[in-house]
Write a protein that binds this ligand. Structure first.
Ligand code: SF4
Length: 355
């Protein structure tokens, strides 16, 4: 279910009921992402957020129909890019779409750059692959300029090891945007960078979004990154969307206890210090989801007999949606405060949290 129903021509990317399965031999398929729906408009940055194991990166791979493992595949749903379903395109057609209409940027620029090739040639690769060889050198310089790197001609001749981590990430973004795609998928693009470099990359993405009317799908574990960059956010937990909304209302009044926990643990913008809070426990391993609500083993306001038996459906509220059976109760508005101030069984209280 998608809380934000856009007219078909308004959504650049329209992901509908997407599921991802892992198939190994004759074993039954393991559904690691279930029924995920969201949209990205032109000129809009949308965050896909969750801890490691939440399914956010697998969802991004499914959008491109480009999985790191041959055992993974789209199990159900549609991935509509300008109305065309990428999940059903033949491989040759899909290769034309990648790079030309969708660019991708990943966490560690070093692994995606060839150490033996000048970066200018690497920016030119997607242009060559799509047969755009006219004015190639000028286009490369233009792209390096667009990345706000000074002395573009000199930078183009450098090898990756001669550039800083932030500069290498800008080179990868330049290569991803070489064909002027309408959509950029950025998977943890700043995680490997230090905080000041990270801020520069996020500012750059925001400027590119506005100038190029670029749609951005930003995959991250960090809601602070979403706050600085995105207009819309989708929170994933254990392979499902648990909350979606525009950034302002989600940050002002998160409805799902998991979203509240993530917010409680993000950077303090004043001190730039990491909060001492962390959500107790860890994301359950795929295929070993708990019965009922998948978050119930970590939830501060779990209601035994309800949350551990009944699967919550995604329910709409205003412009957003959440997957919590108790989100309409007053107690759920401040789930982690409620647990701090109420007597709790010793086995649950503070379990795994930093005191
Ligand atoms: S359904 Fe229950 S366990 Fe799940 S998030 Fe809501 S209150 Fe917590």
């Amino acid at each position: 279910m998608n809380a934000r129903v856009l007219p078909a021509n308004e959504a650049l990317l329209d992901v509908r009921g997407l599921s991802v399965d892992i198939r190994r031999g004759a074993s039954p398929a393991l559904r690691v992402v279930r029924d995920v729906s969201f949209t990205v408009r032109r000129g809009e940055a949308v965050g896909l957020v969750g801890e490691s194991g939440s399914g956010k990166s697998m969802t991004a791979f499914a959008v491109m129909n480009l999985f790191p493992s041959p055992h993974a595949q789209v199990g159900a749903g549609q991935v509509l890019l300008d109305g065309r379903d990428l999940a059903t395109l033949p491989p040759a057609e899909l290769r034309r779409v990648r790079g030309a209409q969708v660019g991708m940027v990943f966490q560690d620029p070093t692994s995606y750059l060839d150490p033996l090739m000048p970066v200018g040639r690497q920016i030119a690769e997607p242009l060559r692959a799509h047969g755009r060889t006219d004015g190639l050198d000028a286009r490369v310089i233009e792209l390096i300029d667009l990345m706000e790197l000074p002395n573009a001609a000199q930078v183009a001749r450098k090898y990756p090891h001669e550039l800083s981590g932030g500069m290498r990430q800008r080179i990868l973004i330049a290569a991803a945007l070489a064909m002027r795609p309408a959509l950029l998928i950025a998977d943890e693009p700043t995680t490997a960078l230090d905080v000041t470099v990270q801020a520069g990359i996020l500012k750059l993405l925001t400027r590119l979004r506005k100038e190029l009317d670029l749609g951005i799908l930003l995959i991250t574990h960090d809601l602070a990154v979403v706050a600085e960059t995105c207009q819309r956010v989708n929170v994933m937990y254990a392979g499902e969307l648990v909350e979606s909304n525009d950034v302002a209302p989600l940050f002002a009044a998160p409805r799902h206890p998991y979203t509240q926990g993530l917010l409680k643990s993000i950077l303090n913008p004043q001190s730039r210090a990491r909060s001492l809070f962390s959500i107790p426990g860890g994301v359950p391993v795929a295929g070993h989801w708990p019965r009922g609500c998948r978050f119930h083993t970590r939830c501060p306001i779990v209601q035994p007999g309800l949350c551990d038996t009944k699967e919550p459906a995604l329910k709409l509220h205003g412009g957003g949606s959440d997957r919590c059976l108790r989100s309409d109760e007053a107690l759920a508005a401040h789930a982690w405060t409620a647990v701090d101030s109420a007597p709790q069984p010793s086995s649950r209280r503070g379990e795994g949290a930093i005191p």
